[in-house]
Structure formats: structure tokens, C-alpha cells
Design a protein around this ligand. Structure first.
Ligand code: G1P
Length: 294
């Protein structure tokens, strides 16, 4: 049986240029879907999967992220004084046990693989998860939990997988599938951002990974891949050459690309409609405007 996965890495060093000017002073991961920042969705999903140690790979200007997971004594005192128990409860989800969260800086933007590698000294010899907070996944059973359950049977390495339109392969890591068994894909190759005509499939890697520590050793080589960046996809693909297993997991749920404005807006609507206190108003508004849309 595979070792338990208790640590997750959250690469949050990106500049978020697609969301300028907002990201001039607000980290992208603090941008809110309804009333919770993107990072809160990622943390909640990790906790549901049994993660107890959280590693953030950050960069300059991400201080708001550290503050977000800190206690806010003045605010809490004020809410207590006013008897606002419901709001105090809302804040509880942002509390972390002391020492459960670590921040490592990625000093140079050399790619996702490099960001994950920056956390190597905190990982040791255990499997670990990676969550990309831009990929928000709405699911009855949270995506990483689905994967952890599957991983307990398979071990190896596992990445979340989803079909994308064939012309979109150049935005993703793409899987070369040997065999399918229900939700589980036995992988024989992986390519980062291939052009449609060179793509081995249209099954894309989505930002949830369970990885063996040997992936970090592969990253030691600092090989540049697609776009001149050090790619996580390449370090996982190297596992195959070294005789270790890589699985794709077709998760149940809907993924929103919150790294794009359009995906973020779609997620806002979907998460708004999922909230009982907002649903009626928002649905009435949408019904009102939809017939008039060209
Ligand atoms: C990253 C990964 C890519 C993966 C994608 C999922 O790309 O490199 O393999 O498919 O996340 O969102 P990015 O979107 O950071 O360019």
C-alpha cells in the first residue's frame, strides 16, 4: 500500500500578469470567487484530502497571502465584542495550526518545475501533492481526495486528467495513454504544451498531482523544456524512463481555469449559483439578460 500523502506544495509565485492592473498590488491567489480567495478553495480541497502540512512557494509581493493565514487579533476582538459569531466562524477556515504552513521563495521565475523544486528540502522521502490554485475544481468529492483514494491502491505518480478541445493542447501538459481502466489511465509519455498536430492525445494534465520524491531529484537536472522553462511535466515524464509508474486520473467534477479572465468569470457565476443565499437573485438576473444576448 502507498504511503500516506500529508504534504502539499502550492506554487503561488506567479506574477499574475493576465490580471493586471489588479495584480499590481493584490496577489492573484487572493482574488475572490464570491467571497473567498482562490487560495482558500485550494487549502480546503487539500484539507479534505488529508493534507496537514502546507508549503507555499511564493515570490516578492505575496505578503498578503501570509497575512491571510495569520490570526487577525484586532478584527477577531472587534467581531467578538459585537457578538458576530457567524463571522468568527467564517474566519476559522483561514486559521492554520502554528508550524503547519511554510513559505519558501522562488527567487527567479524559471518555471513550474523549478517552483516545486524550491520546496525540496521540506519534502524528504515521502510522496507529496501539488495543487495549482488557478485550477478551481467544483466536485461533490473534492478532486484531490478522489486522487488520494485512487493513489492508495496504485502508488507511483498521479496527475489529474481531463479532455480538452484538440486545438487547446498547446496550453497544457498532455498525456500519452497506454491503457484505460475506468477513471485510471496508465501513462506511457507526457509532453508539455504540444502543438495540436504533434499532440499524443487531447487528455490534459490539470493542476493536481501526487508525486514521488524522485521527481524532485529529476528536477535537480534543471533541464529547460517548453518555453525555455523548467517543466514539472518533463520531470514526471522522466519517471517513466526510470521505470516508475505515472497514472492519469479522470476526476469527477468541473474545472474552471481561473488563470484566465473568462474562466474566472464562469467560476464566479457557478460558485454564486451554488450559494443558497445568492442563487435566486443571481438566477433571476441571468434569466433576465440571457434572452437579450446576441
Ligand atoms: C501548468 C502545467 C501544465 C498543466 C497546467 C494545468 O501550465 O505546466 O502541464 O496542464 O498547468 O493548468 P500553466 O497553466 O502554468 O502554463
Amino acid at each position: 500500500m502507498a504511503n500516506k500523502v500529508t504534504t502539499a506544495i502550492f506554487p503561488v509565485a506567479g506574477m499574475g500578469t493576465r490580471f493586471l492592473p489588479a495584480t499590481k498590488s493584490v496577489p492573484k491567489e487572493i482574488m475572490t470567487l464570491v467571497d473567498r480567495p482562490l487560495i482558500q478553495y485550494a487549502i480546503d480541497e487539500a484539507r479534505a484530502a488529508g493534507i496537514t502540512e502546507f508549503i507555499f512557494v511564493t515570490s516578492r509581493g505575496k505578503g498578503a497571502l501570509e497575512d491571510y493565514f495569520d490570526l487577525a487579533p484586532n478584527l477577531e476582538e472587534e467581531l467578538r465584542r459585537k457578538g458576530k459569531k457567524d463571522l468568527l466562524e467564517v474566519l476559522e477556515a483561514t486559521n492554520m495550526d502554528s508550524g503547519a504552513i511554510a513559505y519558501i521563495r522562488q527567487h527567479k521565475a524559471l518555471g513550474l518545475g523549478h517552483a516545486v523544486w524550491c520546496a525540496r528540502r521540506l519534502i524528504g522521502d515521502q510522496p507529496f501533492a501539488v495543487i495549482l490554485p488557478d485550477d478551481v475544481i467544483s466536485a461533490e468529492k473534492p478532486c484531490l481526495q478522489q486522487m488520494v483514494e485512487a493513489y492508495e491502491e496504485t502508488g507511483g505518480n498521479m496527475v489529474a486528467a481531463m479532455e480538452v478541445a484538440p486545438e487547446r493542447t498547446s496550453s497544457y501538459g498532455i498525456l500519452d495513454v497506454e491503457r484505460e481502466d475506468g477513471n485510471l489511465l496508465d501513462i506511457k509519455g507526457m509532453v508539455e504544451k504540444p502543438r495540436a498536430e504533434e499532440s499524443p492525445s487531447n487528455l490534459a494534465v490539470i493542476g493536481r498531482y501526487i508525486l514521488s520524491p524522485s521527481v524532485l531529484r529529476n528536477l535537480d537536472e534543471m533541464k529547460q523544456g517548453a518555453g525555455g522553462e523548467i517543466q514539472l511535466t518533463d520531470a514526471i515524464a522522466a519517471e517513466l524512463d526510470q521505470g516508475r509508474k505515472v497514472y492519469g486520473y479522470r476526476f469527477a467534477g468541473q474545472r474552471f481555469d481561473c488563470g484566465s479572465k473568462s474562466g474566472f468569470l464562469q467560476a464566479t457565476v457557478a460558485y454564486g449559483l451554488a450559494r443558497p443565499e445568492l442563487r435566486d437573485d443571481l438566477a433571476a438576473y441571468l434569466k433576465d439578460i440571457v434572452p437579450n444576448l446576441a
